[in-house]
Design a protein around this ligand. Structure first.
Ligand code: GAL
Length: 732
């Protein structure tokens, strides 16, 4: 078929669709240049804000700031596992109120790109899949598998129907102009071969068949079948072209920074480079770009994936984790957006004429039939400035920069010339004191008696807990004869514990022996340490800890966690392998079972007044205190630098996991004046990756707020402080 007739056919498919039994006229289509809304080709500037990563009380402000920053579209994934925590039981309340979020975007006056997935990656627990899905008989994720496709279709249909019921698609007068099915499936599909290809085609057909009246995209999926548009994700996308000449060039993830992992550095992306990448994409004819993330937010509760993704999902985004504007990123991008919008008519009306202005310099000129002209002048040299002549005028271009001339004469913006100062962030003490700490020791000694699960051998952790808790106890006992020579000698036996991930704490006869931790590079870990054994029966209790389920990787649903082997070394007969003996299990902590974290569960145990003088030696501790809400309106955070590793709750709501593990590795500086221009650079080595934890104001009442901390490694709760975050941007 001729290109032209294919695009006409596509237009027809999109123009008249049946939604239910109703014949509707679509108002969103596309052609080779752009997404077309109500007959107009548009340059669309988009930003990702994920609704569960902030609170409904924050949404309007965040979206308003996005609008002020020059955005047209808010992009969000849909997070299946929070919406369907068990099969057929749905939750669309509070932070999960998707309809309210979309209606907020609509009220503020922006469009929505709804990335349904339902696989989303996103550094989100299990990539957005509910853990129960993995236990549907015969299932295999993201391939040509009947049970998986049925479940995926069911959820996708449910979301689409919900949107239709609320008239949220643009074809119904709502804000949703675009939807995504799957996420970065291309590499996966290639690995799977025929099954991957069949699944891709099925997913596209299934989505299109839902008759939303707005186009679908598949990101990072070169073979996305018509009429689905394949789109680009990356730090740069100027090399990208869609798979058919009649599809527009769209960039679904322009990475504004990067996520952090416990034990890793903090990443930053210089705004000059981000603006350069965006301008370079637009000068090539790109017509939609989306900042991933525009506001990253917080992985509250146990929603962080990974493993080891931090609770903060700040992402070095233009709006920071707490909802405050980050300069110079926000302001410089706003300037960029204004300059691009001044060129919109010329950009959508023609293809660029590219001329060379020197070895490293080029002009991209867009001119429309009615006389509009816009030019992008680029200098690709990474450390030399250039003076170029364009239309008989001289223009100075800093290294690695693009100037935008909306009338082909006036240089209104250059990607490297930033007129905003860096915001100065302060974490200031609040007037709110966390006093009268009380503690409760998590029981380690009577575990085996209360255990309801036993097995010969070591069970895989996630299939045992089904992720109802991060914690799984592995408990066994071993008899030591009084004739063992170590009982009289100096050389003590040792214990080796192999774990597939992600961390383990070892207890022998109720005494803490030590811990081992995986890292983001290697989830597995091995503990080797002294085994303080005595004659008679010895109890071995291993607390295996998950730190978020994987969200990316080939068939990550099959990856294992938990203890895989236990050995005693240095006995008279050498090594004793405990792996295959009888083990008892306890899912979760006793404090979790008693709901100690909630205002109505907190009194189910006798808490002890905590003081340094009478502090018990126990390793695993619950701490609680009460505090009044600090005055003011500034965002709040807990400074947990005095603590080790665990989780924290306020008024029963989980703030998330914390861990004061120090960032290792060599950190590159973010000095942008050098010759090397990395897409992102690393900061914060030698400090804890995450010291501060966002406490949403709306979770507090004026007085008597309950904070509960579960601590695995020791630490001093008296030094926990509630601080206020402020930013100040010095004037130029
Ligand atoms: C992409 C993915 C996103 C997110 C991002 C990294 O590949 O599509 O969901 O995981 O990487 O932040």
């Amino acid at each position: 078929m001729e290109t032209n007739s294919v695009s006409k056919l596509l237009l027809l498919v999109f123009t008249v669709l049946f939604v239910g039994s109703e014949l509707i006229h679509c108002s969103v289509t596309y052609d080779r240049k752009a997404i077309i809304i109500n007959g107009q080709r548009r340059i669309l500037i988009s930003g990702s804000i994920h609704y569960p990563r902030s609170t409904p009380e924050m949404w309007e402000d965040l979206i308003g700031k996005a609008k002020d920053g020059g955005l047209d579209v808010i992009d969000t994934y849909v997070f299946w596992n929070v919406h369907e925590p068990s099969p057929g039981n749905y939750n669309f309340e509070g932070r999960y109120d998707l309809v309210r979020f979309i209606k907020t975007v609509q009220r503020v006056g922006l469009y929505v790109h709804l990335r349904i997935g339902p696989y989303v990656c996103a550094e989100w627990n299990f990539g957005g899949f509910p853990v129960w899905l993995n236990y549907v008989p015969g299932i295999s994720f993201r391939t040509d598998n009947g049970p998986f496709k049925a479940a995926m279709q069911g959820f996708t249909q449910k979301i689409v129907q919900m949107m239709k019921n609320e008239k949220l698609f643009q074809s119904q007068g709502g804000p949703i102009i675009l939807s995504q099915i799957e996420n970065e499936y291309g590499p996966e599909s290639r690995q799977l071969g025929a099954d991957g290809h069949a699944y891709t085609n099925w997913a596209a057909k299934m989505a299109v068949g839902l008759g939303t009246g707005v186009p679908w995209v598949m990101c990072k999926q070169d073979d996305a079948p018509d009429p689905v548009i394949n789109t680009c994700n990356g730090f740069y996308c100027d090399y990208f072209s869609p798979n058919k000449p009649y599809k527009p060039n769209l960039w679904t993830e322009s990475w504004s920074g990067w996520f952090t992992e416990f034990g890793g550095p903090i990443y930053q992306r210089p705004v000059q480079d981000l603006a350069f990448a965006v301008a370079r994409f637009v000068q090539k004819g790109g017509s939609l770009f989306n900042y991933y993330m525009y506001h990253g937010g917080t992985n509250f509760g146990r929603s962080a994936g990974g493993p080891f993704i931090t609770t903060s999902y700040d992402y070095d985004a233009p709006i920071d984790e707490y909802g405050l504007i980050r300069e110079p990123k926000y302001g410089h991008l706003k300037d960029l957006h204004k300059a691009i919008k001044q060129c919109e008519h010329a950009l959508v009306s023609s293809d660029p004429t590219v001329t060379s202005l020197g070895t490293y310099e080029q002009a991209h000129v867009f001119s429309s039939k009615n006389g509009a002209c816009a030019a992008f002048l680029a200098n690709y040299h990474s450390n030399s400035a250039a003076r170029v002549k364009f239309n008989n005028r001289n223009y100075d271009l800093p290294p690695w920069s693009i100037s935008i001339l909306p009338d082909c004469r006036t240089d209104v913006f250059n990607t490297a010339r930033v007129r905003f100062q860096t915001s100065q962030i302060q974490m200031l003490p609040s007037n709110s004191r966390l006093l009268s700490w009380e503690t409760y020791d998590e029981d380690v000694s009577s575990l085996a008696e209360s255990s309801k699960i036993t097995a010969s051998g070591l069970l895989e952790q996630i299939s045992t807990t089904r992720d109802t808790s991060d914690y799984l106890w592995y408990i066994t006992s071993v008899d030591i004869s009084s004739s063992e020579s170590f009982l009289r000698g100096r050389n003590k036996p040792s214990i080796t514990v192999h774990s597939a991930g992600h961390a383990v704490h070892v207890f022998i006869n109720g005494q803490f022996s030590g811990s081992a931790f995986g890292t983001s590079k290697d989830r597995s870990c091995t503990f080797n340490g002294p085994a303080n054994l005595r004659a008679g029966t010895n109890k071995i209790a291993l607390l295996s800890v998950a730190v978020g389920l994987p969200n990316v990787g080939f068939h990550f649903e099959t990856w294992k966690a938990g203890i895989t082997g236990v050995l005693l070394n240095g006995l008279d007969h050498g090594q004793k392998d405990l792996t295959w003996q009888k083990w008892s299990y306890q899912i979760g902590l006793r404090g979790e079972a008693m709901n100690l974290v909630a205002p109505n569960g907190v009194s189910s145990v006798d808490w002890e007044k905590d003081s340094l003088a009478v502090r018990s030696q126990s390793q695993l501790k619950w701490h609680k205190a009460y505090f009044n809400a600090p005055e003011g309106v500034e965002p709040l955070a807990l400074d947990l630098s005095s603590m080790g590793k665990g989780q924290v709750w306020i008024n029963g709501q989980s703030i998330g996991r914390y861990w004061m593990v120090y960032a290792k590795g060599s950190c590159s500086s973010c000095n942008y004046a050098g010759t090397y221009r990395p897409a992102k650079c690393q900061l914060g080595c030698g400090q804890p990756t995450q010291r501060w934890y966002h406490v949403p104001r709306s979770w507090l009442r004026p007085t008597k707020n309950l904070i509960v901390v579960f601590e695995e490694l020791g630490g001093n709760p008296w030094k926990i402080a509630l601080v206020k975050r402020t930013t100040h941007t010095p004037a130029n």
